[in-house]
Design a binder for this molecule. Structure first.
Ligand SMILES: [Zn+2]
Length: 452
């Protein structure tokens, strides 16, 4: 029984919510911060003061301490968030070697379910992978997608918040809404605007914005093994990343304040998560898209739902769990293809049973699959299984495959069962990478091409 929430109160609340849901369903504000590594957020490990607004929000929300994305880069991860399916089921993703694929035809997404129930659905996104071409946002009633040809010309967090507040203001008093807001800023290039650069950067970079980290040239050279990062450079790069996180936190805080000022906070479910993390040399690499270790798959998750007390859930939860959670909170039938389980009992303070976590769909290098279960994690690549005791070795540094064959067999069997149970939806069709899309991918370091 939840000590924070007596059963009688829960029953009364359920009645109230039932009565309310007939009159008006809750709004949904679904915020995804690109490249937001869990342990760089204040309440999950970082102590540099990067996320005061998120921490203030968390005081009124349920904090899921062990939330996992299903892929280490934007396209397959956000497709999992919105479709409630794993990458092999929803079809969106691919790699440079095999090409890029859009969301498979016929895959229902959250905005489709909410839109069919009369919600106004709108997405504000800042990366091509979430634009029309790739299908992930195709069921939103309206889409505000800003494409950019260089990752230094992205729509930043403050104008993104402006766009969200403008949309909320324009539809005041109308039908319930489902608003998806994607912030791109913590993604490379790390180049935080002032005063965040001054506040977080290393001394030599505080007032001089000429040094940035994560340009296309950096990433291509790093991936080719032609650039070595020394400790000092790493420290400077991480400090700039922290500045980007802090800048995004402030912009996100302004959106939450705007929601409250419009009188909508009490009627709105707010979800805040990251699509994947970022590596700072933890396993010898940088940026994301190339491994399934926790620095790339452990992401923050905060949920504030009307009628639910704040709390903390330590159990492993997954991005595919969000689709059924939001449907339950809005009293909508989930799509039969949503494979996760609702986290509403966790919001109500009940202990959740851990479910295994599947991740796949890396962009770089050999195809990887990971399976986390019972304090262990199997990382599979063609011809090689690695096993990590995440409960004892959360940094995933010691491969235990050779000395723990029983655990390896148990996890391999679990993974095999999960993969065999997938509903075959077919993979998404290939997206032609040419024209502006090719130019952008080259600028991002996602595709080869002429040096600029
Ligand atoms: Zn991303």
């Amino acid at each position: 029984m939840n000590p924070r929430f007596p059963r009688s109160a829960l029953a009364a609340l359920a009645l109230t919510l039932a009565a309310c849901s007939e009159a008006r369903r809750p709004n949904v504000l679904f915020i995804v911060v690109d490249t937001l590594r869990a342990d760089r957020v204040g309440l999950l490990g970082q102590e540099r003061g990067t996320t005061p607004y998120l921490q203030r929000f968390a005081a009124d929300a349920t904090r899921f301490e062990a939330c996992h994305s299903h892929a280490p880069w934007t396209l397959p991860s956000c497709a999992a968030l919105l479709s409630g399916r794993h990458p092999a089921e929803h079809g969106a993703g691919g790699s440079l070697a095999e090409g890029m694929r859009r969301l498979a035809d016929g895959v229902r997404t959250l905005p489709g379910v909410f839109g069919a129930a009369g919600y106004a659905t709108h997405a504000i996104v800042n990366v091509a992978f979430l634009g029309e071409e790739f299908g992930v946002t195709r069921e939103f009633g309206s889409l505000d997608a800003v494409h950019f040809n260089s990752n230094t010309e992205v729509r930043r967090a403050e104008p993104t918040t402006d766009a969200a507040l403008r949309w909320l203001g324009e539809r005041e008093g109308q039908e319930p809404f489902f608003l998806f807001v994607h912030y791109f800023d913590p993604h490379a290039v790390y180049d935080p605007p002032q005063p965040f650069r001054r506040r977080f950067a290393e001394p030599e970079d505080r007032d001089d914005s000429s040094w940035v980290f994560g340009t296309r040239q950096h990433m291509m050279a790093l991936r080719a093994g032609q650039l070595r990062i020394d400790e000092r450079t790493l420290t400077r790069a991480e400090a700039l990343y922290d500045g980007e996180v802090a800048y995004t936190d402030a912009a996100l805080g302004r959106l939450l304040d705007g929601l409250a000022a419009a009188g909508l906070a009490e009627d709105t479910v707010v979800v805040i998560t990251g699509d994947h993390g970022e590596e700072f040399g933890d396993h010898g690499g940088f940026e994301h898209g190339h491994t399934l270790f926790d620095e790339l798959t452990h992401v923050p998750l905060l949920v504030r739902a009307p009628g639910y007390e704040p709390g903390v859930v330590p159990t492993d939860v997954r991005h595919v769990d969000l689709a059924p959670t939001l449907c339950e909170l809005a009293d909508l039938a989930p799509d039969p293809g949503f494979v996760g389980r609702s986290l509403v009992p966790g919001l109500a303070g009940e202990a959740l049973t851990a479910r295994p976590v599947l991740a796949q769909g890396n962009m770089w290098g050999p195809a990887l699959t990971s399976w986390r279960e019972g304090g262990w994690k199997l990382v599979r690549e063609p011809g090689r299984d690695r096993l990590f005791h995440t409960a004892e070795d959360p940094a995933e540094l010691q491969d235990r495959a050779a000395d723990s064959p029983e655990q390896l067999g148990r996890l391999a069997a679990g993974l095999a069962r999960a993969l065999a149970g997938f509903r075959a939806l077919g993979s998404g069709s290939q997206v032609a990478i040419d024209g502006e899309l090719l130019e952008w991918m080259q600028q991002m370091g996602y595709a080869g091409g002429e040096e600029r």
